[in-house]
Design a protein around this ligand. Structure first.
Ligand SMILES: [Zn+2]
Length: 479
């Protein structure tokens, strides 16, 4: 495809994220995914005549928090406007959004390459209901539960030149929104959706081509595929002398192609105007300071700290920052016991395996053992009071029984109880039974010691102190 290389791709994004509030943005209906259709509705969110919206303060706070997290400047004065259009999923016939005075302006994210992707704005608006098309014969169902859910819309400048940049950006946005408890971003539930504006131009040219908009992409994979498809389609059109039509296109993930939804001629004039039922909002420095005080250290900063201050490998740092919960849990453990690498191993290898076996979603993971109890077990293993395998068994028992680890280990007879004499007897027995061990010991004592320790552990039910065993080996085998 020499052709592709002759063109630059230019892209901008509009990202919608549903805010993690308990209730909707202008009424007290529950903001909950998956409930029985049309049960979380009221006259306000369905737009019945005479009903009046009341702004959800938490939604505004979360939207401001998003602005702070992405380095936007927070507007001191912001206005809600009505965006008027008719569609069956919008029973009000207008959406409350922001046009002229959005809540947050500017900001952005620096990609790993060092390139800065600029945000134009982050504003607050409400979501529409959801249509489910069954068939021509049966028709279409509408569920207004989602109508009135608070959304932030993040609009970027047209700074992207590849699908990889878009995906990296989206992943970082998702990570930050989830980490700060701003949005849950469950993509499969539509909690984070992305529109991609895309145009192509001759390499090096400063003149932008005609752009198309692809709507509501809700997985990283469909974003990637849709971009690749659309870029190829536009380049083929332009290079064969045809024109790209400015239009909105819908990506069909099953068919692997996009279809025209509406062209510019059909584009609607939304007749935005300030919502007369809602006051303009004034935001004070105190409001902003209060929200800022709620913020946590962002995942990127934590990864850097884990590597520099705790000396962890990059891999560990990445796994431990997959959610704020895991990250906080790890840091709490380190505060109790300053042995970050050992704690990291137990969390990454053992605890995460236990919760994943229970089928938990990465973002919903909570560990079934307290930081104090986990650290108590790790310390017992490190101080050789208990073998590693028995330590793991103890962990599993603590999860079920929720008892004090030391007490439980004692009552179950898990602690190291084997005397030096018993260890020496076992070593002598091994020497007598297995001549090869002595020969191997003479050629490379270090290499065979693991086998010998394993033999003693196996024959004591794991209750010998492995360090002790190691120190006693020479007494038997060097004679
Ligand atoms: Zn409602």
């Amino acid at each position: 495809m020499a052709l592709m290389q002759d063109y630059d791709i230019v892209m901008g994004l509009e990202i919608h994220a549903e805010l993690a509030t308990k209730t909707k943005v202008f009424c007290s209906c529950k903001n909950e995914f998956g409930d029985e259709p049309n049960t979380n509705t009221c006259p306000v969110c369905t737009g019945m005549p005479g009903s009046l919206p009341i702004l959800n303060k938490r939604a505004v706070e979360l939207a401001i928090k998003a602005g702070l997290a992405f380095g936007s400047s927070i507007s001191k004065y912001t206005v809600f406007e009505r965006k008027n259009y008719f569609y069956p999923d919008l029973s009000k016939a207008y959406q409350i959004s922001q046009l002229v005075y959005p809540l947050n302006l500017g900001g952005g994210i620096r990609l790993d390459s060092g390139k800065f992707i600029r945000l134009n704005r982050i504003h607050l608006e409400e979501d529409a209901g959801k249509l489910t098309h069954i068939s021509k014969a049966v028709g279409t169902f509408v569920d207004y539960n989602r109508g009135g859910t608070p959304l932030i819309e993040m609009v970027t400048e047209p700074d992207f030149t590849s699908a990889e940049e878009v995906i990296e950006f989206l992943k970082r946005v998702r990570e930050i929104l989830v980490f700060e408890d701003i949005a849950k971003c469950k993509m499969e539930q539509g909690g984070l959706r992305c529109d991609v504006n895309l145009s192509v131009k001759k390499k090096g040219s400063t003149e932008l081509g005609t752009r198309t908009e692809m709507k509501n992409l809700n997985s990283f994979k469909s974003v990637q595929r849709a971009i690749e498809y659309e870029a190829k389609r536009q380049i083929e059109l332009v290079s064969s002398g045809e024109e790209v039509v400015q239009e909105t296109r819908k990506w069909d993930d099953d068919k692997g192609k996009s279809l025209s939804m509406r062209t510019k001629e059909e584009a609607q004039d939304y007749r935005y105007f300030p919502d007369p039922d809602l006051h303009a909002l004034k935001i004070s420095d105190e409001d902003i300071a209060k929200i800022r005080s709620e913020m946590t250290m962002l995942p990127e900063e934590r990864r850097a700290m884990y590597q520099s201050a705790f000396g962890l490998p990059k891999y560990d740092a990445e796994i431990l920052t997959t959610s704020k919960y895991i990250s906080d849990y790890f840091e709490n453990c380190v505060k109790l016991y300053n042995n970050p690498k050992k704690i990291s191993n137990w969390i990454m290898v053992d605890l995460l395996k236990i919760v994943k076996d229970q089928g938990k979603d990465q973002d919903d993971i909570e560990f079934p053992v307290s930081e104090q109890d986990l650290v108590a077990i790790i310390k017992m293993v490190e101080e050789k009071l208990i073998g590693k395998n028995l330590g793991l068994e103890l962990l599993e028992k603590i999860i079920i029984k929720r008892e004090d680890p030391m007490q439980l280990a004692k009552s179950l007879g898990m602690l190291v109880t084997i005397s030096d004499e018993e260890i020496l007897a076992l070593l002598k027995k091994l020497k007598a039974e297995n001549e090869k061990v002595s020969i191997d010991y003479k050629s490379d004592p270090e290499k065979i010691s693991g086998f010998i320790v394993g033999y003693v552990m196996k024959n004591t039910g794991g209750k010998a102190n492995s360090l002790k065993v190691k120190s006693l080996i020479c007494e038997v085998f060097e004679k």
